[in-house]
Design a protein around this ligand. Structure first.
Ligand code: IPM
Ligand code: MG
Length: 350
């Protein structure tokens, strides 16, 4: 029996609801498969925990987390905690502390779901987001607070090591996909230092991947292609902020933010990787029982693949697609199903 140690961090809002659903499905899958077992430990780190203790991650918390094979994360963010505090308190220390530099965000229209685009039904993209530096480096400061001469800086940091490794990762992934096509997204016309370096390093790395077709598009232009020429894209690599924005667009174009999964990978496996739905805590629907669990199921499937459980990963995704194809959908997708109904249906399909 193959066993894996999973750290579950449901976090805030609907994070609790979807991680519970995800674990329910994983349990059924494990029992059905009999080949592997997930030993899940829960971590209560959240905004409620922060309000009680004054920190999201207790001392030694990251050290403890290091011993796990993977982290299954819900969402962080609460109406009464500034977003930059919750983000820098929980999610970024894990992504950056565990060097999870490759953020992978697949976008595909699942059976039974309709793209809002007339010709969007065939969308099958993977957005690769640099996940440890760039615009999210946290470098900058404020002076003369509140005075008319107040000044603030927010510096993007791009390193040769950081840029080279994300491009290599992107080429490797693009190479494994049928179309072997990689789009480089930057803004190197206006931003003439870091972005130009991104472009240069991309083409240096490209020399080792002659079988991968490449394309370079500015970030503003790629949004129009995502809407009007969906077929022209396959694998996309972009900076932390650009890919953050593009992946929300990609999710919306495939039907809903409620289905979009993420992997925060440390490809060298020196640290555990973290898997999460990208939708966030969604306090407007928290407690209503209508959160879409599909993003978390898809995320769980990617986590299984990362753990080496390929068969179970494929089986889980097939079960999810069987359920979406039957139009058992939550309200974000125009349906009336609850989280529980979709979850039960996926368990039955398994
Ligand atoms: C995401 C989210 C986060 C991000 C937020 C919650 C800070 O939008 O995972 O895409 O920008 O990284
Ligand atoms: Mg985002």
């Amino acid at each position: 029996m193959r066993e894996y140690k999973i750290a579950a961090i449901p976090g805030d809002g609907i994070g609790l609801e979807v991680i519970a659903a995800g674990l329910q499905v994983l349990k059924v899958l494990g029992e059905r498969d009999r080949g592997f077992k997930l030993n899940v430990e829960h971590f209560p780190w959240s905004s409620d925990y922060y309000k009680k203790h004054g920190y999201y991650i207790p001392e030694g918390g990251l050290e403890k987390l290091k011993q796990f094979d993977a982290i299954f994360f819900g969402a962080v963010g609460a109406p009464d905690v500034p977003d930059h505090v919750s983000l820098w308190g929980l999610r970024l220390p894990i992504c950056q502390g565990f060097d999870q530099y490759a953020n992978v965000r697949p976008a595909r229209v699942l059976p039974g779901i309709t793209s809002p685009l007339r010709e969007g039904q065939d969308i099958d993209w993977v957005v690769i987001r640099e996940n440890t530096e760039g615009e999210y480096s946290g470098s900058g400061g404020r002076a003369h607070r509140g005075l008319p001469e107040e000044v603030a800086t927010e510096t993007s940091i791009f390193t040769r090591v950081g840029v080279t490794r994300i491009h290599k990762f992107a080429f490797e992934l693009a190479r494994k996909r049928p179309r072997k096509h990689l789009t480089l997204v930057t803004k190197s016309n206006a931003q003439r230092h870091g972005m130009v370096m991104w472009d240069e390093i991309f083409y240096e790395v490209a020399k080792d991947y002659p079988d991968v077709k490449t394309q370079r598009i500015l970030v503003d232009a790629v949004t129009t292609n995502m809407v009007l020429k969906t077929w022209s894209l396959d694998t996309i690599v972009a900076t932390n902020l650009h890919a953050d924005i593009l992946s929300d667009l990609a999710a919306a174009l495939t039907g809903s933010l409620g289905i979009a999964p993420t992997a925060n990978l440390n490809p060298e496996r020196r640290f555990p990787s973290m898997f999460e739905p990208i939708h966030g805590s969604a306090f407007d629907i928290t407690g209503k029982g209508i959160a879409n669990p599909v993003a978390t199921f898809w995320t769980a499937s990617i986590m299984l693949e990362h753990l080496g459980e390929k068969e179970a990963s494929v089986r889980l995704m097939k079960a999810v697609e069987t359920v979406t194809a039957r139009k058992l959908l939550t309200p974000d997708l125009g349906g009336e199903a609850t989280t529980a109904i979709v979850t039960e249906a996926v368990c039955d399909a398994l």
